[in-house]
Design a protein around this ligand. Structure first.
Ligand SMILES: *[C@@H]1O[C@H](CO)[C@@H](O)[C@H](O)[C@H]1NC(C)=O
Ligand SMILES: *[C@@H]1O[C@H](CO)[C@@H](O)[C@H](O)[C@H]1NC(C)=O
Ligand SMILES: *[C@@H]1O[C@H](CO)[C@@H](O)[C@H](O)[C@H]1NC(C)=O
Ligand SMILES: *[C@@H]1O[C@H](CO)[C@@H](O)[C@H](O)[C@H]1NC(C)=O
Ligand SMILES: *[C@@H]1O[C@H](CO)[C@@H](O)[C@H](O)[C@H]1NC(C)=O
Length: 255
C-alpha cells in the first residue's frame, strides 16, 4: 500500500471505530471496554525525528530515546472522570522531565503531554493493579524504560545516529537478538526524491503480566484502536524492511 492509501485506510478504520464507540458509549463507564485490551505497547521515540515532523516548537531535542507512551492495545479514554493530577506524580518529576519530555512542546506547560497520556491510555491501563494509580502508571513506565534500556542496547549493537544509512533488517535483527522478542519499528517514509526512510519510534510489547512479548504475536486482524494510535502520529508508519534507514543525529542533517 502506498502511504497515502494507508493513511485513508487508517482514517476509515478510525471513523468506523468512532461510530461503534458512540453507539456503545453508555457501557464505557460500566467497565466493559476497559478490560478488553490484551497487551501494552511501550513506545519510545527518537526526539530528533519527532522534531523533523514538526519543528515549530522544538529546540535542541534530547539525543537519547525518550518515552512516548504506555498504551493498552484496544481501549482508550476509559474513565473521563479520572483527571490527571500532577501532584500525584510529584515524586517522579525529575525522571519524568528527563525520560518522558514533551519533545514537541518544550516551551509550553509540559504537563499537557502527560495529562493526555494519562487520560487517553493510563485510565485504561489502570485496570491492572500494577498500574491503577497515576503514580503507579507513570512510575512503572519509568521502571520499564530503565529495564528495557533501549539506548544501551543500540549502543552495544553499534547502532548510533549517523549520516550514513542502516539496513532496517540489521536494526531489527540486533533488537530481536538482544531482547528475544520483535518490537514494532516505525519510520518517516522517504520524502519526495529521497530513497531513505527515517527511524522514529520503537514499540515494545508487554503482556498484562508486564512480560516482554513479540509485537507480531496476537496481531493479525484489524485493530481499530491501534489504527487510531497510528493516526496520532500520522506521519510515522511501520518501517519498510527493504529501504535504507536513516538514524539522524541532527534535526536538519539532510537539508
Ligand atoms: C473513574 O475514576 C473515578 C475517579 O478516580 C473513580 O471514582 C471511579 O470509580 C472510576 N470509574 C470506573 C468505572 O473505574
Ligand atoms: C491532587 O492530588 C493531591 C495529592 O494526592 C490531592 O491532595 C489533591 O486534592 C488532588 N487534586 C485534585 C484536584 O484532585
Ligand atoms: C501546568 O499545568 C498544570 C495543570 O495541568 C498546572 O497545575 C500548573 O500550574 C501549570 N504550570 C504552569 C507553569 O503553567
Ligand atoms: C518472537 O518472534 C521471533 C521471530 O520473529 C521468534 O524467533 C521468537 O521465538 C519469538 N519469541 C517469543 C517469546 O514468542
Ligand atoms: C518497500 O519499498 C520498496 C521500494 O521502494 C517497495 O517496492 C515496496 O512496495 C515497499 N514495501 C512496502 C510493504 O511498502
Amino acid at each position: 500500500m502506498k502511504p497515502a492509501e494507508q493513511y485513508y485506510w487508517i482514517l476509515g478504520c478510525f471513523c468506523m471505530a468512532l461510530c461503534c464507540w458512540s453507539t456503545s458509549d453508555t457501557f464505557t463507564q460500566s467497565g466493559i471496554h476497559p478490560h478488553t485490551w490484551k497487551k501494552l505497547y511501550f513506545a519510545h521515540h527518537w526526539p530528533v525525528t519527532v522534531c523533523k515532523m514538526d519543528a515549530n516548537d522544538c529546540h535542541d531535542p534530547p539525543k537519547y530515546w525518550t518515552i512516548h507512551g504506555l498504551w493498552p492495545d484496544r481501549a482508550e479514554d476509559c474513565n473521563r472522570t479520572w483527571h490527571f493530577n500532577v501532584t500525584e506524580i510529584k515524586d517522579l518529576m525529575s525522571d519524568m522531565r528527563h525520560y518522558w519530555p514533551d519533545v514537541l512542546h518544550s516551551s509550553l506547560n509540559r504537563t499537557q503531554f502527560w495529562k493526555h497520556e494519562w487520560e487517553k491510555h493510563g485510565t485504561c491501563a489502570a485496570t491492572l493493579e500494577a498500574l491503577n494509580s497515576q503514580k503507579k502508571y507513570f512510575g512503572k513506565a519509568i521502571e520499564l524504560y530503565r529495564h528495557v534500556d533501549l539506548n544501551g542496547c543500540l549502543l552495544k549493537a553499534g547502532i548510533k545516529p549517523s549520516s550514513s544509512y542502516y539496513k532496517m533488517t540489521a536494526i531489527k535483527e540486533a533488537l530481536t537478538r538482544f531482547y528475544g522478542v520483535t518490537p514494532k519499528i516505525q519510520c518517516l517514509p522517504p520524502e519526495e526524491g529521497e530513497k531513505a526512510q527515517t527511524i522514529g519510534q520503537i514499540e515494545f510489547c508487554f503482556t498484562k503480566e508486564l512480560q516482554l512479548v513479540n509485537c507480531t504475536a496476537l496481531e493479525g486482524g484489524s485493530n481499530p484502536v491501534q489504527a487510531h494510535l497510528k493516526l496520532g502520529t500520522s506521519e510515522l508508519s511501520v518501517c519498510n524492511d527493504t529501504l535504507p534507514t536513516y538514524y539522524p543525529s541532527e534535526v536538519q542533517d539532510r537539508k
